[in-house]
Design a protein around this ligand. Structure first.
Ligand SMILES: [Zn+2]
Length: 100
């Protein structure tokens, strides 16, 4: 699996997998960012070899996700992830324009 898509707790344990899924919105095919939250947190080494058992798919914001290993909490903020992606795309486009 692609380790870059893990949602981690502050202690680095893997809480779930961040996925992009196709959705139809207003008749248009779009992509939504969702979190497949695992029943049990895993270490990164475990997550690389064991398929996570998904307890919930989260779309939108969750104020607190609890790590079952270390009890730390971390928020899942959809807007943050999406905004970073959009900004990245904008910067890339702008850079291309400047260079061109
Ligand atoms: Zn943890």
């Amino acid at each position: 699996m692609d380790g870059l898509n893990w949602k981690r707790c502050p202690g680095g344990h893997v809480l779930g997998e961040i996925v992009r899924e196709a959705v139809v919105y207003n008749g248009r095919r779009m992509y939504a960012t969702r979190l497949k939250l695992f029943r049990q947190a895993m270490t990164e080494a475990e997550a690389d070899v064991i398929p996570g058992s998904v307890a919930a798919t989260i779309e939108g914001t969750a104020p607190e996700l609890y790590c079952s290993i270390c009890d730390a909490t971390t928020p899942w903020i959809i807007g943050q992830h999406e905004t970073e992606r959009l900004v990245e795309r904008w910067v890339t486009k702008r850079r291309t324009l400047v260079q061109g």
